[in-house]
Design a protein around this ligand. Sequence first.
Ligand code: ADP
Ligand code: MG
Length: 572
Amino acid sequence: MAASQLLRDLLHQLDGSSYKAYRQIKGEHCFAGLTLRIHHVQADPFALPSRASLWVDRGMANLPETWLRGQRRIAMADFLNRQVSRRVIELQQRRRVDGSGSGKRGALSMLCPSQVILPRTSVQIHEHAIEVRFGVGLPAFGRRIAGRAAAALLCDDIPQLAAESLRVEALSADRVEGHLAAYEDAIALRQQLADHNLVGFVANGAILPRRSGVEDTPLDNAVPFQSPKRLEVQLETPHQGSVTGMGIPVGITLIVGGGYHGKSTLLRALSVGVYNHIPGDGREQVVCDLTAVKVRAEEGRSVCGVNISPFIGALPQDISTERFSTTNASGSTSQATNIIEALEAGAKVLLVDEDTAATNFMIRDRMMQALISKDKEPITPFVDKVRQLYTDHGVSTLLVMGGSGDYFGVADTVIALENYKPTDVTEQAHALARTANPRQVEGGQEFGPLTQRQVRLPRFDGGRRDGRRGGSPKVKVYDVDCLEIDRQPIDLRAVEQLAEVGQVRAIAEALILSQRRGLDQQALGDWLAEIDRQIDANGLDDLSELNRGDLTRFRRQDLAAVISRLRTLKRE
Ligand code: ADP
Ligand code: MG
């Protein structure tokens, strides 16, 4: 173990040496109350950043025990993560302004959390220390070591950063407590859903719209949410007392209303209600059943052996729909697939928006039934299946549908939005459904079979074409909506509930681990459960041996969605 002065001296000595000599700093370096560990040293200035972690003694941080009790520890680590990563960004900006001008000055990088509170590998609170993981691009002049800059970064900036962001004196107690409270309250709200026969809850006063399509912060001057009286429920929270808002009942709920009146915004807020939001987000008290999956049409996706026969009968050319596979699904077959796969992954709530649904999957009206007889239409529309999904399988659906009244008859609850304000129009909608000329119900009495699928992963070996074994997997994560493994892109744009890129990285690691441990030799449902169990028992670090600081906890539903979109997936 080297003391900080030794590291500084070593880096000064290395100044001007070949970049490879940085290898000597690998290992542990002690500062007062801090330990810096360099886990991996990059081979050259252009390689992926070196990986390091900083361990701050719990005694030095001196965080009150009440901030760390039970599940609070996750929210506390999340809070500290935000503190440190904000400092990292500020430091980077300051260094850019100071600018030495020559050479590669080195850079710190760290996972920046999204609007939701989740377990991550970037900051972890252990028994005796708080661990912060980050990447360091070690500074260079050309291909030579910039030792003085490295010493300033590792021996001055990083310890200072830790002191400024992790010690109790540096934290605003009010803000910490607000963060922990928001987390615990959201969990409490979600826990009460089942007791009240609800699948979702939107508190009065919640701010649902976002600043823009690419910014996840709340819109200024938005109209706060206000529940219709009949749907109002009161739930209890440990920190905010009783909270009143709109309960979304189990069963089938329809959201209707004119274009641009806030329907999709409400549905989207509920779809991220599977997560707990940070204070100030506006959706802190919007919660949804944890298993809810937003499903949509996804033309062009690949499908591997999914039983979509509940929705789609024999296709042209006698293509089977009991084990439906394709490299290029249509709008309707992709949406049917997405629903069946969500059920396979344990979804008890489906969220569907007409904006992203296939029309011929959603509806088949009276006139169309008269013109095209059922024996010429393989699709049984969702409107004829949505109730069976609830009665046969206990799966609720929340549906945005402003363009057709065909769902009035099957909906338990109908909510109309007007100028972002919801009203309960269930009675009127039901009255209309009773008097209207009914369409034929199609597709039989039952939803149909849900089959357990077994799928096999390809061997992840870096995409070697020479047939030799032993290559290591190549993973590239571009953003929340694109992942590449072994040069195979996986399009995740339709996996809308991924909250941050760390989840995609963690899912990629889970895929590689699954393949290595042979978890894909069992039914997919059991495989997903096994991954959950392993992460719950051993933490996210179980997914990778590399002390990675860039992984975020994901839901099994989203892992399943990524697995199902691998074009190299094989059906047993
Ligand atoms: P719809 O799905 O009914 O067509 P959207 O949900 O897409 O409507 O919303 C239309 C626009 O209104 C969006 O730009 C959205 O950000 C904005 N919006 C939604 N809800 C509110 C609100 N409560 N206050 C202010 N603007 C809102
Ligand atoms: Mg819309």
